[in-house]
Write a protein that binds this ligand. Structure first.
Ligand code: SAM
Length: 184
């Protein structure tokens, strides 16, 4: 679902703002299960480990087998390929209270990825970090994009302005894409 050029300062800032929000608001952040999509870069995994989250509290997945191998090299449980199967596995093995977050970063636009977001929302009540490409969605402003997301999401969706984190995913080798991480 799109090429991923790697980590960028903007991505790091959005990720740390979102996890910091949970850390400061929710009790027991470190004891809860955090579900991530690994990617070959394992950026979310490295971030959670750097914050002292235990390896057995992180559950990773990726449809890319190489990404799953990379996650496994950090001694992280990479139980399944697809995010939906992975959340189903977590639901079968942990109580809802034990689940701290799902980080849904598919590197696609809202129209391309909102069906998966809806499927994730159907399966869990925990905070969801939803990252998408800001573009190819028929709108040009942040407010219109928030309205589009509200319209396309089938569940209760509280979009907070301070957790609508827009950035450019540029790195040393790539100009990147306009992105947004929002916490739902
Ligand atoms: C932008 S990367 C994720 C980066 C990750 N957040 C990080 O910080 O390292 C997107 C990844 O989503 C994976 N992917 C796409 N569709 C997926 C799905 N349905 N279930 C699980 N992984 C998926 C791709 O293979 C790719 O590795």
């Amino acid at each position: 679902m799109g090429k991923y050029a790697g980590n960028s300062l903007g991505k790091d800032m959005a990720r740390s703002t979102a996890y910091y929000h949970l850390l400061s608001k929710e009790k027991g952040f470190h004891d809860k299960i955090h579900i991530v999509i690994a990617s070959r870069e394992c950026g979310d995994i490295q971030f959670l480990l750097s914050q002292g989250v235990r390896r057995d509290r992180i559950v990773a997945c990726d449809i890319d087998p190489v990404a799953r191998e990379r996650a496994a090299s950090y001694d992280i449980l990479a139980v399944g390929a697809d995010i939906i199967e992975t959340i189903e596995w977590v639901n079968a093995n942990f109580s809802p209270k034990e689940i701290g977050s799902v980080n849904l970063d598919l590197c696609g636009t809202i129209p391309k990825t909102v069906a998966i977001l809806n499927a994730v929302m159907k399966l869990t009540q925990c905070p969801i970090f939803y990252t998408f490409i800001r573009g190819r969605d028929g709108v040009t402003s942040s407010d219109a994009r928030k309205a589009l997301l509200r319209k396309r999401v089938e569940y209760q969706c509280d979009i907070k302005d301070n957790l609508w984190l827009e950035y450019q995913s540029n790195t040393l080798t790539s100009t990147g894409s306009p992105m947004c991480l929002c916490v739902l």
